[in-house]
Design a protein around this ligand. Structure first.
Ligand SMILES: [Fe+2]
Length: 234
């Protein structure tokens, strides 16, 4: 794992992946504005509109909020709340943040979207999946996995919105690199960006598993996730 400043990241670019599979960019986004956006998001999020199974995504689909508990609708077992904020809707308080995150990723990977928000890579058409993730208090988790099974080897890129020791007490992101378990959450602060190659094993250890289950929004671990995946035309 390489931990770099924002300026070191832009000085080094793609060659960072020569030495490591995991990159953390410290203080990449301004924490106060992220925390303000998260508070506004929590105040407007409608738990009553959550769905349990979203099915395959398609172009121009409406945004949706989903709560996954277990493995009934996903390849990887998880307990996580997901709000999908598609490029073609951009309705949440994080729309501008996702645009900047997309620009950072695209610069790093040297890729560019078309006017319709899609990417043509290796003969395939891909689209962004911008997601706001919430791992609730009482055991929110993502099982151990790698991302390459469904994302054409484009790294997912994330932003921390909460801090262990402040917003929650236990669990969080971990990696496995060269046979070593890395507790990445230990160094992540609000506004840090983190990403990894598609073959890197990772997961989210249960968040505040020893505390009472709480499905409300004002606790637990929050993050933004931008992935790029094949989405069939509608
Ligand atoms: Fe993942």
């Amino acid at each position: 794992m390489r931990v770099v400043s924002r300026s070191e990241f832009f000085d080094s670019g793609a060659k960072l992946f020569d030495d490591t599979d995991i990159i953390v960019i410290k203080s990449c986004f301004e924490p106060n504005s992220l925390q303000t956006a998260l508070t506004q998001f929590q105040q407007t999020y409608k738990i009553s509109e959550e769905i349990k199974i979203s099915g395959p995504n398609s172009y121009n689909r409406s945004n949706y909020n989903r709560l996954d508990i277990g493995d009934f609708s996903q390849s990887n077992a998880r307990f996580v709340r997901t709000c999908v904020d598609f490029d073609w809707n951009r309705s949440t308080q994080f729309a501008e943040v996702f645009i900047e995150l997309q620009e950072i990723r695209d610069w790093f990977l040297d890729i560019k979207p078309s006017a319709d928000h899609t990417y043509s890579l290796d003969g395939k058409t891909l689209a962004n999946l911008p997601k706001i993730l919430h791992y609730p208090q009482g055991g929110g988790f993502m099982c151990r996995h790698y991302d390459g099974y469904n994302n054409d080897c484009i790294p997912n890129i994330l932003i921390s919105l909460t801090k262990r020791g402040v917003d929650f007490s236990e669990g969080g992101v971990y990696y496995e690199e060269d046979g070593c378990h890395i507790d990445a959450e230990e160094l992540l602060e609000v506004g840090d960006v983190y990403f990894h190659t598609s073959s890197t094993i990772h997961g989210v250890n249960a968040v505040d598993a020893s505390q009472e289950l709480d499905l409300s929004l004002n606790q637990g671990r929050w993050a933004l996730l931008l992935s790029l995946e094949a989405i069939p035309a509608s």
